[in-house]
Design a protein around this ligand. Structure first.
Ligand code: IPM
Ligand code: MG
Length: 365
């Protein structure tokens, strides 16, 4: 089969980790006899430098026509001026919005050989296997008004948290459906003791629950969820939450396996179902890590696991996706680690070596 994939390497370590994702994708192509046609476009800071905007219209057009989009990371100190009129992050946000990718799935799994790699005790992180379903195209990120102005009493700024019933119910549905296919536990995370949007969210979740009698729904306040994620993380199955809460909670959750460099993500416009591939954007949850850029240090596993999610959700290549995940496990079992998950007694390798080892494992196994 032939597939068209748009590749957006972006900034910082983005191009390095994407290179390894592509290397593993090509190994899959070779082994399973698929042709992946890759088209590269600029996004983020590099796009600002080259074209004056963080995302060009023709890039959006190409993404809409493709089978899937693979992205590295955007942003960096060069473009961080708070007064700048164009920001690298805006390109990513516009892409998510333009493609209608309202559901961001962030699986968090602690593999047995990484139990001792977390800053949290091994017995606490043991067996963690959860997925955060983050609403991705609403809330504070996109709500209007969103501005800054001068008042007689000094400067003032506002961001708006707005959610419609449709936005809430469609993301909750993704949460319920995913939970149904897993351990049937759904934690709906909100701040209903303070926020009106959260009260609407909680009400809709409660109204939907009878449609899913097999799923155990629990409402969890976001502050309490942050605590429970490091207290008893293994109890979580599916967490569904709004955009900003999901952003914060997933950085926290990445410390369960011990590094942001281990967490992949899939952004999709619906519920991924077996046999029904949908367009998606696949990216590691980590940022551009500018201090590590160009040093062959960054952990490419988050991106490589994102490629596995891409094969599963957007290309319906299930065996191929599993082959990547198995290869990642194998290479870690064989003791290879990038700097972020390094331990004494293990073999520390760079970005390229890690990608090469995983690609090799795909071909051999
Ligand atoms: C993420 C990132 C982005 C976000 C940034 C880069 C805009 O932190 O994907 O989690 O906040 O969504
Ligand atoms: Mg984030």
């Amino acid at each position: 089969m032939q597939f068209n994939i748009i590749v957006l390497p972006g900034d910082g370590v983005g191009p390095e980790v994407v290179d390894e994702g592509v290397r593993v994708l090509e190994a899959v192509g070779k082994k399973f006899k698929h042709k992946f046609v890759l088209d590269y476009y600029d996004i983020g800071g590099v796009a600002i430098d080259k074209h004056g905007v963080s995302l060009r219209k023709d890039t959006i057009k190409a993404c809409k026509k493709a089978d899937a989009v693979l992205l590295g990371a955007v942003g960096g100190p060069k473009w961080d001026n708070p007064l700048a009129s164009v920001r690298p992050e805006d390109g990513l946000l516009a892409l998510r919005k333009e493609l209608g990718l309202f559901a961001n799935l962030r699986p968090v799994r602690v593999l047995p050989m990484l139990e001792d790699g977390s800053t949290i005790k091994p017995e606490v992180v043991r067996g963690v296997d959860l997925v955060v379903v983050r609403e991705l195209t609403g809330g504070l990120y996109f709500g209007k008004p969103k501005k800054r102005w001068q008042t007689s009493g000094g400067r003032k700024a506002v961001d708006t948290m707005a959610y419609s019933e449709l936005e809430i119910s469609r993301i909750l549905k993704v949460g319920f459906e995913l939970a149904r296919g897993r351990r049937k536990k759904l934690a709906s995370v909100d701040k209903a003791n303070v926020l009106e949007t959260s009260r609407l969210w909680r009400q809709i979740a409660t109204e939907m629950a009878p449609e899913y009698p097999d799923v155990e729904l629990q409402h969890v306040l976001v502050d309490s969820c942050a605590m429970r994620l490091i207290q008893r993380p293994a109890e979580f199955d599916v967490i569904v939450t709004e955009n900003t809460f999901g952003d914060i909670l997933t950085d926290e959750a990445s410390m369960l396996p011990g590094s942001m460099g281990m967490l992949p993500s899939a952004s999709v416009a619906g519920i991924p179902e077996e046999g029904h591939p949908i367009l998606g954007l696949y990216e590691p949850i980590h940022g551009s890590a500018p201090r590590r850029a160009g040093l062959n240090m960054a952990n490419p596993i988050a991106t490589i696991l994102s490629v596995a999610l891409m094969l599963r959700y957007s290309l319906a290549l299930y065996e191929e996706a599993a082959a990547i995940e198995k290869s990642v496990t194998l290479v870690l079992e064989n003791g290879f680690r990038t700097y972020d998950i390094a331990r004494s007694g293990k073999t520390e390798v760079g970005t390229k070596q890690m990608g090469g080892l995983i690609a090799e494992a795909v071909l051999k196994n």
